[in-house]
Design a protein around this ligand. Structure first.
Ligand code: BGC
Ligand code: BGC
Length: 833
């Protein structure tokens, strides 16, 4: 939402000192570093002639083209427009496809058969059969074009209960093993195909440059060379290789995403990559070079912008570079309603995106028929030229012909369909375990604590120790990876379970104690902790400090230290984070990233065999630089001042040990972990101010810490509001169905009317009197969906006052926090007035 946060000037003061005696500067102030990016240096117009022409392995096949032409010639304009739409299964029924012959359906991260994310694999297959049957039912003699189903199989068939979940891409990047990437792609495709689903929105080939981005873990590396070495292999794993098993049974359509520059948006989801055309080409396009060579059938344009222009509407890149110059002859699939963000468009109407080179809309919401109607009208009246319409449809048909869609038959009749024992098949789990063990990066192993003897008495502690959901991260059964338990992963193994198995086999003992308490003193402790799951923008962070508001993991590590118990830290995270204190507090420190469901792969490198020798040495090498200081969001080894804690490529092994000296622990006194905080720990965030007007008095009180909360005493008509120095953009949060959250307590019941308001151009207000009528000692929460304000006319891209609390009568209220977050709405109804 914002690029300015509670980041005091102390951060800046640390820079010159480096590791050592960084000084603290007392006065907190806003750091301008991450503030609004400078005006674009280059316009968003690409020069295709400056781009490479990759030597594609797949050549145009005249027989395929003839078939496509023959189909196209018999299609009506309604048929053609139908192919341009992909609609989320949450918004469409099989019956709809009897009338509307759409090109595709998808399940977004939150969508599943019968709205049940834990639905069995058979329910997915059954639902696809129903959609398929409807799509091929026609009696008018025009061509039957079967529907295809797209899903985010981004680290395994991760929407399906029982699937093997591989490490997220950041961990795979540490393996430096393209051959294994290919096997992961093939296993993922086979598990996806078991449900009949024929298309995956993977791989993500973002070359992430700023680790604050919530999608950093979906990136193989900050280094384009690593991404390039993987993308083609992953595409071949998923689709099969051109000239051999291309799109044979068990393979599915791949989609390289998000074109282009998604990793260059300064840590902001759906942001703007302000980079030169050369950087776009040489850094961000790395994965397209190899992915297109391997014959990727679809490409997903990015939600993000390049120098202020939304990628989904950038003709010079979509048509000029991708299709004409790089020779991509598959089709482009929009990102989730991304077309609606193109100027001149809404979710339900967007000819500009099609004209720029988008071939298929990805749509979710109730209005897909409106999108269809508008697109049809624009195709008829020439707003979308006939040649462009035909080109888009030809591309979609070409992919369907190449993928065998016309011959595949009902989903349940396909060779791998219904073979649900492929989900979590032992062979796939073995591949995943291999990947887990190869992705572990040993950052520190002082005194040679690792490997641990299998005969040892080991205490396994930490919140991540026995939590498969946490080790799997986002995009795991649910979109955010939240709301799951170990039972949601029937074929998975937690890290503790893997350690337990290894130690038991070696005659030792492993005890699980999440909070670290023990009766008998263990020989050694393993503490598994780290980030909890997130996906997309909910993972955007203003700081790289690990867990700024909760240092209990650090305390746990220190507790073992103090008791003289050697401690191994296993850190789960979707990105490198500043963990200097945690590294100091541990004798050995392993970056495990988000390993997925094969927790046993962690034990493979931690625990020695019976002979005392490790069966597997560490092989992982960082594919992202690890920050030495909190402000090192962007670390690029090509930069002259490159000064990471651990450079890209770092990783200790048993064969080549090395010690890590004590690290600088200086941190600023105040950082906000929540990028969407408006008021936290007694203060409004930098760049905003609190305004109080009318018959109201403000003071500070203590809730959890000294003066961490605001007390407002209204004696009559008055209001308090947070006013931004510069308008803030909360469109992403609004699109993402977030709410304005207020943590409060009523000390004096409301005698008049109370409203919560938001201003951006217009002001919209929501009545909240009902929630303020009774005083009490309890802290409560109000969640008002941002939609309420958007529907009330607030320009969410230019919010000047994110919150106003106004009362017409007396009211006593304490407020401990105001933020924008995901929460069930309540207890107020939208009721904008
Ligand atoms: C993401 C894509 C994903 C799509 C469908 C979007 O929000 O950006 O990566 O493929 O949703 O779930
Ligand atoms: C995600 C979808 C998800 C939706 C939920 C999108 O950004 O990519 O997969 O279902 O948000 O709001």
């Amino acid at each position: 939402m914002r690029t300015k946060h509670i980041v005091p000037v102390a951060v800046l003061a640390i820079i010159p000192g480096g590791v050592g005696q960084a000084q603290q500067v007392a006065a907190p102030a806003a750091i301008p570093a991450a503030a609004a990016p400078p005006a674009p240096a280059t316009p968003a117009l690409a020069h295709p002639e400056r781009w490479p022409r990759p030597a594609l392995k797949r050549q145009r096949d005249p027989r395929v083209e003839a078939r496509v032409d023959a189909l196209l010639a018999r299609m009506s304009i309604e048929d053609k427009v139908g192919q341009l739409l992909q609609v989320d299964i949450a918004s469409i029924t099989p019956t709809d496809l009897e009338k509307y012959k759409l090109g595709s359906i998808l399940n977004g991260g939150n969508s599943a058969p019968d709205n049940d994310e834990f639905a069995p694999a058979s329910a997915w297959l059954k639902l696809f059969d129903a959609f398929y049957d409807a799509s091929v039912k026609r009696a008018d003699g025009r061509p039957v074009v079967p529907v295809i189903w797209g899903t985010d199989a981004v680290h395994g068939a991760n929407n399906i209960v029982g699937a093997t979940l591989f490490p997220h891409n950041i961990g795979l990047g540490a393996m430096r093993n393209p051959a294994l990437i290919r096997r992961i792609g093939a296993a993922t495709a086979a598990e996806t195909a078991a449900t009949g689903i024929d298309w995956s929105f993977a791989p993500t080939v973002a070359v992430v440059q700023d680790d604050r981005w919530g999608r950093t873990y979906e990136s193989y590396s900050e280094d384009p060379a690593i991404v390039e070495s993987y993308a083609g292999q992953m595409v071949e794993g998923i689709q099969g290789a051109v000239g051999s098993d291309f799109m044979n049974p068990g393979h599915v359509i791949a989609s390289i995403k998000h074109f282009l520059g998604d990793g260059g948006t300064g840590g902001r989801d759906q942001g703007d990559a302000r980079v030169s055309e050369e950087a776009l080409r040489d850094v961000h396009a790395a994965g397209y070079r190899s992915g297109l060579v391997a014959g990727a059938l679809t490409v997903m344009p990015s939600f993000s912008s390049w120098n202020g222009t939304k990628m989904t509407g950038n003709k010079s890149l979509l048509t000029g570079v991708l299709k004409e110059r790089m020779g991509f002859d598959g089709f482009t699939i929009g990102d989730w309603n991304a077309h609606g963000q193109v100027p001149g468009c809404s979710n339900e109407d967007c000819a500009p995106a099609i004209n720029a080179g988008l071939d298929m809309f990805m749509y979710s919401g109730p209005g897909w028929k409106t999108l269809y109607d508008n697109t049809l009208r624009e195709a008829k009246d020439g707003t979308i030229p006939a040649a462009r319409l035909d080109d888009a449809v030809r591309r979609i048909l070409r992919v369907k012909v190449l993928a065998g869609t016309f011959e595949a038959g009902r989903p349940s009749s396909r060779p791998l369909s219904g073979k649900f024992d492929l989900l979590g098949a032992p062979a796939h789990r073995a591949v995943a375990r291999e990947a887990v063990r190869e992705s572990m990066v040993l950052l520190k192993n002082n005194g040679g604590l690792l490997p641990l003897k299998a005969s040892a008495n080991i205490l396994v502690a930490g919140r991540g120790a026995d939590d498969i959901g946490q080790q799997a991260g986002g995009w795991s059964i649910t979109w955010q990876g939240t709301g799951v338990t170990n039972a949601s992963f029937p074929n998975g193994q937690s890290i503790f379970a893997g350690i337990d198995q290894a130690v038991r086999a070696g005659g030792g003992k492993a005890t699980l104690s999440v909070d670290g308490r023990y009766q008998a003193r263990p020989d050694v402790a393993i503490v598994v902790f780290g980030e909890t799951p997130y996906a997309e923008f909910t993972g955007d962070r203003p700081t790289l400090e690990y867990s700024p508001d909760d240092k209990s993991d650090l305390a746990l590590l220190k507790r073992f230290r103090a008791a003289g118990v050697p401690v191994v830290a296993v850190f789960l995270s979707g990105r490198p984070l500043w963990v200097n204190p945690e590294i100091n507090a541990a004798d050995a420190f392993v970056a495990a990233f988000l390993p997925g469901t094969e927790g046993g792969g962690v034990a493979d490198v931690l625990i020695a065999g019976k002979d005392g020798k490790p069966a597997h040495d560490f092989r992982g090498k960082l594919s992202f630089s690890w920050p030495k200081r909190l402000d090192q969001f962007v670390l690029n080894r090509r930069d002259p001042g490159y000064d990471p804690l651990f450079p890209i490529g770092y990783g200790l092994t048993y064969a080549t040990p090395g010690a890590v000296a004590a690290l600088d622990e200086t941190r600023p006194t105040l950082t906000a972990s929540d990028q969407n905080a408006l008021f936290v720990r007694g203060q409004v965030v930098a760049g905003a101010r609190l305004d109080v007007a009318g018959a109201v008095r403000q003071t500070r009180i203590d809730r959890n810490a000294q003066e961490d909360s605001l007390r407002l005493a209204f004696t009559g008509k008055g209001e308090a509001s947070i006013e931004e120095a510069k308008p803030i953009d909360v469109t992403r949060e609004s699109n993402g169905q977030l709410s304005l959250l207020l943590d409060y307590r009523i000390t004096g019941a409301a005698t008049g009317e109370v409203i919560l308001g938001m201003t951006g151009g217009k002001t919209a207000t929501v009545p909240v009197t009902g929630a303020m009528k009774a005083a009490g000692a309890d802290w409560r929460q109000i969640a008002v969906p941002l939609r309420c304000f958007a529907d009330g006319g607030v320009d969410m891209a230019k919010v000047t006052k994110p919150v106003t609390l106004a009362s017409t009568g007396a009211l006593g209220i304490d407020i401990s926090g105001i933020r924008i977050a995901s929460a069930p709405p309540g207890p107020v109804a939208c009721g904008v007035r």
